[in-house]
Design a protein around this ligand. Sequence first.
Ligand code: SF4
Ligand code: SF4
Length: 149
Amino acid sequence: MSGGFWTYKRLEEMTPDEWEEVCDGCGKCCLVKLEDEEDGTIYYTDVHCRLLDCTTCRCSDYPDRRRRVPGCIVLSAEARDVLAMMPHSCAYRRLAEGRGLPDWHHLVCGDRERVHRLGRSVAGRAITESEVDERDLEDRVVDWPLSDD
Ligand code: SF4
Ligand code: SF4
C-alpha cells in the first residue's frame, strides 16, 4: 500500500485505534447547534459543550461523555446519517464521502497542532455553555464551523 491506512481502508474496516486517529481534533462537533424547527436547518454557535477543553479541543471526560452529556454524538462507521450531520470538514465525513484528508490533517502532515495554528479548530474561538444564557444562543450563531476545510 502506498498511502496510510485511511487511503485504502473503509471506515468500517478500521481498528478502534485507527478510528480514533482519524479525528482531526477540531472540536467543531462539540459546538452547540440550533435547529430551525420548520426546515431542519442546523446552525452552529460559537458556544461549546461544557466538557470541551477549548485550548486543546479535547473532551475532558471522553470515556464517560455519554453519561455526562446525553446529547453527545458518538460516531460510528455504520451511522451514515449521523456522519452526514457532522461539519463538512470533519475527517470522518470527508472519508465517508471519498474526499480524503486535507494537507493540514495530522495523519498527513504529522503535526497535531497544525489544525489549531491554521484556525481550522475551535481553539480560542468559542466559549463554554456554562457562561452563556440559553436565551442568548441565537445571537451566537456563526458560519466559520461550516467551512469546507
Ligand atoms: S461530551 Fe465531550 S465529546 Fe461530547 S460534545 Fe461534550 S466535549 Fe464533545
Ligand atoms: S468534527 Fe469530526 S474531526 Fe472534528 S473533532 Fe469532531 S469528530 Fe473529530
